[in-house]
Design a protein around this ligand. Structure first.
Ligand SMILES: CC(C)(COP(=O)(O)OP(=O)(O)OC[C@H]1O[C@@H](n2cnc3c(N)ncnc32)[C@H](O)[C@@H]1OP(=O)(O)O)[C@@H](O)C(=O)NCCC(=O)NCCS
Length: 435
């Protein structure tokens, strides 16, 4: 695709020069020291890579290519009549580091439309799995099945210069991302809608077409929710499990399909992407416990009791953020501006009004504020997408936009294979005793 490829190619000499200068002139400069606690504590907080695609500021939330969520919601191009951005523009920004015009966004949308056809063998592979297989497993299998189509893998066999690896990664990324709404919709329909097949509409955008394909055609509010959701979840810097896994696997020159499937397997974990289904389940359990919506007093006592019993309240807290996640705020504003009335959304508002104060009193939690998962599920549920084991697939559809952009750039900047070193317990003990 000329426009995206050209935009990246134009910037590459400058980026490569900056990276080379850092490596050659400041190769010994220490960014941070690693402590024993960090080694045993999930390398938490250790800055292990550079990525310019997004950065999570603890006090402000994510910035994508330097722009905050509220800024991007205002300035990214939208279709006439739509209130939320075109995913094509989001992908353009992630990949090129430049704000897209409406035409730029539509060029990506058109590329996706042309590349969206999913080969029948992929559907058949998924169909052969037992019905009770988790949707995330099916999603990962679908991506792996598509790997046969990898342009990079074919070109690598023939022999391609390292300088150009990124071009084939870009082709694979466009081919894979084009198919994601269709793949997700196929899994949703297979599992929950008797395997119906609804084709995408040529005049609908990538995000809205997901709605079309799961039988929400003609619902502009759901189209806007898809646009908002797919934008908000597109990236969360490089250190989280799915981003790190994708980056690591791609450093072995595993193609975009193999690398993104690895990321999706990480996203499927309960401590990462699966948290949004936990959160909705918690809201439903609270509603059932009270046989409806509790009063403020009832909810407050319930939350205090849960915390005193050592229970985790899903949707609150974050490993990096120390403020309300702007992605939560954007979705809350969506619910308010679209006048969505449901008891679950009312419960989301009530918990938001009460819980941070209690968590602050408690003092143990580093961040008492809601994260994106505190509302995600309640919104999908409102629109009748009630099968919450599916929510991580939606997250995955969006997140692969960021993951694939990261690895296109990793190849463009000629990043080598990752190979950190491990040591044994005795070695560590001996190092400490010598000090
Ligand atoms: C996101 C999360 C895993 C971050 O973990 P973390 O960085 O270790 O968080 P903290 O430093 O604030 O944890 C300090 C303590 O507060 C507790 N805590 C954190 N968030 C809590 C919550 N939402 N409810 C109750 N207790 C919580 C932790 O369990 C920990 O207790 P411990 O010392 O007894 O083990 C954690 O906040 C959590 O489990 N939240 C709920 C699940 C969730 O929403 N996940 C999606 C994240 S996007």
């Amino acid at each position: 695709m000329i426009s995206l490829e050209e935009r990246i190619a134009e910037q590459l000499p400058n980026w490569r020069e900056r990276v080379n200068r850092l490596r050659n002139e400041f190769g010994d400069f220490k960014v941070c020291d690693v402590t024993v606690s960090q080694i045993y504590g999930g390398i938490r907080g250790v800055q292990i890579q550079v990525s310019d695609i997004s950065y999570v500021d603890p006090n402000e939330g994510i910035r994508i290519r330097g722009y905050s969520i509220p800024e991007l919601l205002k300035i990214l191009p939208k279709l006439p009549g739509a209130e939320f951005p075109l995913a094509g523009g989001v992908y353009y920004l992630l990949l090129t580091n430049e704000l897209p015009t409406f035409e730029d966004a539509m060029i990506v949308e058109e590329e996706w439309r042309k590349r969206s056809l999913i080969p029948t063998y992929v559907y058949n592979t998924i169909r052969r799995m037992p019905k009770e297989t988790h949707p995330m497993t099916l999603f990962s299998i679908g991506i792996m099945a598509l790997q046969k189509e990898s342009v990079f893998a074919k070109e690598y066999e023939i022999g391609v210069v390292k300088d150009d690896h990124w071009r084939y990664f870009l082709q694979d990324s466009l081919n894979l991302t084009a198919k994601l709404p269709g793949l997700a919709a196929f899994i949703y329909n297979l599992k929950y809608q008797d395997g119906i097949y609804l084709p995408p509409k040529a005049d609908h955008d990538w995000s809205a077409n997901f709605g079309v394909m799961i039988d929400r055609e003609g619902d502009p509010k759901y189209y806007d929710l898809c646009r908002l959701f797919f934008f908000l979840h597109c990236d969360h810097e490089g250190g989280n499990v799915s981003a790190h896994a994708t980056h690591l696997v791609s450093s072995a020159l595993s193609d975009v399909y193999l690398s993104c499937a690895a990321g999706m397997n990480g996203l499927a974990g309960p401590l990462h992407g699966l948290a949004n289904q936990e959160c909705l389940k918690w809201l439903l359990d609270v509603r059932e416990y009270f046989n409806g919506i509790p009063t403020q007093e009832q909810l407050e006592s319930f939350l205090r009791l849960s915390l005193s019993e050592g229970k985790i309240i899903p949707g609150y807290g974050h490993a990096v953020l120390r403020t309300t996640d702007p992605r939560f705020t954007a979705q809350l504003e969506f619910a308010r501006s679209k006048n969505l009335n449901s008891d679950l959304l009312q419960l989301v508002e009530m918990v938001f009004a009460i819980l941070p104060g209690i968590l602050m009193e408690n003092g143990k939690v580093s961040n008492p504020w809601p994260n994106v998962d505190a509302i995600n599920g309640a919104l999908q549920y409102h629109f009748g997408v009630k099968e919450f084991d599916f929510y991580t697939v939606l997250f995955g559809v969006s997140r692969i936009l960021g993951l694939s952009a990261h690895i296109v750039w990793a190849r463009a900047l000629l990043k080598p294979i990752e190979r950190p070193k491990s040591l044994t317990t005795s070695m560590l003990e001996s190092m400490i005793s010598k000090k």
